[in-house]
Design a protein around this ligand. Structure first.
Ligand code: FES
Length: 213
């Protein structure tokens, strides 16, 4: 496969010419926060956390192909501010309590909160009225806790490649993931659960509603 050389955070990187900036960075040990990108799925560009600076332009790294000679900065005052605000909007619609969550320790939200040094008090002020969805236990193999869902679309995109059993329903802060009415069409592959970056989709019996922080 053809290769290109680019500079990411002053580090010279050689990567496949078909790579995007996000994967080129991650492969080279440079972390860029991201929630909705999953290798092999079309990047939906939903979370807006993977912003980077390419020669003064702010772009989504998951949707931007690498180019020969490209100069990328994954951090700058502008990039950090955009990412911080985008993440706060996601978190304002999230329960923000990790106590007892099945995903704690490997949850992408925890990782990004630490990276962005998210101010929980500020996020609390952005919150819409308290939301508390009941846990969806309709699938015999896993449970879905919409209170923890960041609507990244990874589970929906994954399922679309197999059975199209999952989709979004609702609008605004009431949006959540749901079955198309019939759980019997689920192939039980478990990929949606394995790929969930937070603790929203978990094996049966592991979900529990968290009180908002
Ligand atoms: Fe790029 Fe979500 S990972 S927009």
């Amino acid at each position: 496969m053809d290769k290109v050389t680019l500079t990411i955070d002053e580090k010279q990187v050689v990567t496949d010419k078909e790579s995007n900036i996000l994967t080129a960075s991650l492969e080279n040990g440079i972390y860029i926060p991201h929630l909705c990108y999953y290798s092999g799925l079309e990047p939906p560009g939903i979370c807006r956390l993977c912003v980077v600076d390419v020669s003064g332009d702010i772009v989504f790294s998951c949707r931007s192909k690498v180019k020969e000679g490209m100069v990328v900065k994954t951090r700058s005052p502008v990039v950090d501010k955009i990412r911080e605000v985008n993440f706060e909007i996601i978190m304002a619609n999230n329960h923000m309590s990790c106590k007892g969550c099945a995903a704690t320790g490997f949850c992408e939200v925890q990782k990004i909160m630490a990276f962005c040094k998210t101010d929980k008090k500020r996020v609390r002020r952005l919150r819409p009225p308290e939301k508390q969805f009941p846990i969806d236990e309709s699938n015999p193999y896993f449970d879905y806790d919409a209170n923890k869902c960041v609507l990244c679309e990874v589970c929906v995109g994954t399922c679309n490649k197999i059975q199209k059993a999952l989709n979004f329903v609702g609008r605004g802060w009431k949006t959540k993931v749901e079955f198309h009415g019939d759980t019997s069409i689920c192939e039980k592959c478990g990929d949606c659960v394995a790929r969930c970056p937070v603790g929203a989709l978990v094996p049966k019996g592991k979900a529990q509603i968290q009180k908002s922080a």
